[in-house]
Design a protein around this ligand. Structure first.
Ligand code: BES
Ligand code: MN
Ligand code: ZN
Length: 500
């Protein structure tokens, strides 16, 4: 972790060498809020700069653009654009946080936050900190020593409630960003280093010490005893044994809290198996355990935030490799719930292990089941690299997720569980086959297969094959792993916790 965050006071300005302020612009000038003092210590902060000059320096109406006023031997001042209108989109606050981090590099930085700009203190502080800390992730830099972001409110003395809300927001932002960055580090780790066994070990290490959490890692013999035929079928081609991590957070077992079960696809490397991918196609397939990393990071964040919801995370983990022992096209696997699947393409492996995971989830009869998977190339064809597909068996649940998605800046688009396409997965020899109609609605037919294992419970399926990786950094999003939907799911659970 490269950066930490805390709420501070003007006296903290002595500990930083970079001060950031937000400037709003029109055709004329970029102005700093009146509440920001014109001078702190020996640092002068301009009240306004001309738009012509600002534009030449890269400070534009685009929120999060910035320029640095360098000082010799003193404190640098960063002007970050807050655009031209008032900020109410939380994603703009995240971009501002990222810009502050980037301008400061390795240095401690203080952001002078004019309170007039802040209508929702907890959410704004959370978004700012998320943006800065998410942007600070570097796979090749896991030093423990961190630089600080100090958020310093300025302006009229805030009420105690307002101040507490800011402090809570900063802490929440830090918990969420740390959880997401933990997931991103796992996802970016080469598959040669992150086998199913190693992934399970690291998950248990992160989760086991958290309050009200119990976690177990199922070894192969347990997976056999529990009859997880999909997971066993996929893993049989690999020399690496499978794992399944089963974790529960229940802060108050007597209270009968709302219960959400999360299921995440944990394919640590997807070669396609005997239906082998192309060389190009498997270059990024260490990413195929994103769903597992996401659900486990969500559980850890929910526990750290002590939300009042019961959460179970189920993460089946395996490699998908070809070998003399590998599952063959035409083989039939029997899933945990007794249904059979004809494997016609061994590269459609995600749905096989999720079928087992969803069967386990349904046995718990929770209030909602959520699965996350880098499931189909067809999802990326339909929606590209920045939008995930959401499928839901329940309109109310879909609505809650779309709200959480909008607040998190992780775009989701609802696609239909179109009943007529059930015919695409009919099999002559089993209850279903694991592929649909070639080149036709491949993300939907995968979702329809998964639905058969949910026992008609309220269920959301997130197919994130496209947005699971970023091919370039963008705002607070770093290149590579994204852990897409982790923040949306935390937001959804936090909202449930408030309702409870
Ligand atoms: N892990 C892949 C999906 C994927 C593709 C994720 C590209 C990220 C980027 C999945 O296991 C897969 O191979 N799906 C097949 C299914 C097909 C054989 C029915 C696909 O989409 O090609
Ligand atoms: Mn595959
Ligand atoms: Zn896969």
């Amino acid at each position: 972790m490269q950066r930490t965050a805390r709420l501070g006071t003007p006296s903290d300005l002595e500990t930083v060498t970079v001060v950031a302020v937000i400037a709003r612009g029109d055709d004329d000038a970029f102005r700093v809020a009146e509440a920001v003092p014109a001078r702190v210590g020996d640092v002068e902060i301009p009240t306004s700069v001309s738009t012509a000059w600002a534009t030449r320096q890269g400070l534009t109406s685009s929120v999060g653009s910035s320029t640095i006023l360098r000082s010799i031997g003193g404190t640098d001042v960063v002007l970050v654009s807050g655009g031209s209108e008032s900020l109410n989109d939380l994603d703009e606050w995240r971009r501002i946080g990222a810009a502050v981090h980037k301008a400061a590099g390795d240095q401690n930085v203080a952001l002078l936050l004019a309170l007039d700009d802040v209508t929702e203190p907890a959410r704004v502080a959370q978004a700012l900190v998320e943006g800065a800390l998410l942007a600070s992730y570097r796979y090749r830099d896991d030093r423990d020593d961190a630089s600080e972001l100090v958020v310093i409110p300025v302006g009229a003395l805030p009420t105690v409630e307002f101040h507490d809300a800011l402090a809570r927001g900063v802490d929440t932002g830090e918990v969420v960003a740390n959880a997401v960055n933990w997931a991103k580090r796992l996802i970016d780790t080469p598959a040669g280093d992150l086998t199913p066994k190693e992934l399970a070990k690291r998950a248990v290490q992160r989760i086991e010490h958290l309050p009200h959490v119990s976690v177990t890692s199922w070894a192969e013999s347990k997976i056999e005893d529990e009859r997880l035929g999909g997971l066993l079928g996929v893993s049989q081609g690999s020399a690496q044994p499978p794992r399944l991590v089963y974790a529960t957070y229940d802060p108050s077992p007597e209270a009968n809290l709302p219960h959400v079960v999360l299921v995440g696809k944990g394919v640590t490397f997807d070669s396609g198996g005997l239906s082998l991918k192309s060389g190009e196609g498997m270059m990024t397939m260490k990413t195929d355990m994103t769903g597992a990393a996401v659900v486990l990071s969500v559980l850890s964040a929910v526990a750290e935030l002590q939300l009042t919801v019961k959460v179970t995370a189920i993460a089946p983990m395996t490699e998908n490799l070809p070998s003399h022992r590998a599952v063959k096209p035409g083989d039939v696997l029997t899933i945990r719930n007794g249904m059979t699947i004809e494997v016609l393409n061994t590269d459609a492996e995600g749905r096989l292990i999720l079928a087992d995971g969803l069967s386990l989830a349904a046995e718990l009869e929770p209030d909602a089941i959520v699965d996350v998977a880098t499931l189909t190339g067809a999802q990326a064809v339909a929606l590209g690299d920045e939008i995930g597909a959401l499928y839901a068996s329940d309109d109310d649940l879909a609505e809650k997720f779309l709200l959480a998605s909008a607040a998190s800046g992780e775009p989701l688009c609802r696609l239909p569980l179109f009943d007529n396409y059930e015919s695409h997965i009919e099999s002559d020899v089993a209850d279903m086959k694991n592929i649909g109609k070639a080149g036709r609605a491949g993300s939907i037919s995968a979702a329809l297969l998964l639905r058969r294992f949910t026992n008609s419970l309220p269920w959301v399926h997130l197919d994130i094959a496209g947005p699971g990786r970023a091919d370039a950094a963008r705002g607070y999003q770093t290149k590579g792993a994204t852990a897409f939907t982790a923040r949306t799911i935390v937001e959804y659970i936090a909202n449930l916790s408030q309702d409870a």
